[in-house]
Write a protein of this length. Sequence first.
Length: 419
Amino acid sequence: MSRPADAEQAEPASLPEGARDVLPVESAELAAIEASLRAAFAGFGYREVRTPLLEFADAMDRAQEGGIGRAYRLFDDHGEVLVVRPDLTIPVARLVAGRLAAHPGPLRVSYIAERLRPAPAGRAQRAEERQAGIELVGLPGAAADAEVVALLATALRALGVSDLRIALGAVSLTRAVLDGLGVDESRQSTLQEAARQRNLVAWRRAAEALPLADDTRRLVVELPSMRGGDEVLARIAGAVPSAEPACRALAGTLALLDAHGVREAVMVDLGVLRDWGYYSGIVFEVYAPGIGRPIAIGGRYDGLIGRFGAPRPAVGAAVLLDRLHEALAVRNGATAPMSGVVLSGGLEGEVAAARAIRAAGLNVVGVPDEPEVAERLAEVEGWRYVARRAGSGYTVTDRATGSTIDCDDVVEGLRSLSS
């Protein structure tokens, strides 16, 4: 039974907290970003894999001490506890340890997928985050670390983020300093918790309470604020000789990044702490102008794959696609019109013309042959060209330049405007 014409309009449906819709223009821009990243990954020999959205909770909790933390959990028909993947590296580690266990290595894989994690209480944070990632498995040391960082820089530069900054730290170096100074396990755990929460105030408070000489205590207090180049590593090696091998390893990564042609974008930053329970070596964050949060993160996690099978060293990175999209919008300003044609009459009277334009390689959106319909749609959806019948020919407008041309053949008119 139909509703009365004067019935109240239904309320718009809302979304769960942390969820969002992606509209056509943004979706097209994100698709272009993903295509560029896929090409960059393939250029270094990384092949794409896909992992399921649902995983067994006990397998994911196995990845780190204390479990994976916040996650959407549910039961299957057999009573097994499942999680909607809150992380993308852990499923890849499970895949590598299982289905790809016989691969001789080194193994290079990539992915583009969503991860879903409930936002912390009281924080406005998206629950769903789409990432593009790479994982290099089977190679320890500076050479593998440098390849992942260099590939990340190469991929982002190809998208136009030429002035990116990569903050490079090392969990292993921080540990080496604390071990070398004789900091006991209990106090290291307190510092580790501060690092996990990225709470520099808590770090300072815990460091100032260490029973160390004033100069070495000051070194620990300042550790997360140390930034620069090789001079930072030289200072640490001089103050804590037992940490010299870790300093030398990070210096080796810097030298290889120079050979890759990306050294100028990299800065040693021991404030990149991240969670010690997950990472074991280098850790890094990538920043772009105008965005206060990292657009990409990563690091070495040599202990993770061994939780699912035979141990294998690994290093990886993830590009946070929504943040990257935001960074490109800040850099590029207003979105350029998409290279397509809104054709007035393209649904009926100008179907043959629409076919000819598509054959020439352009997208065509057909609309009714009515005044201003084509122009309004092109404005709302961001299409570059508008074409409509004018006598025996056509009038074509390029919205990017404001140019208009009258032509006998619509395809020739479009070619003339784009040349």
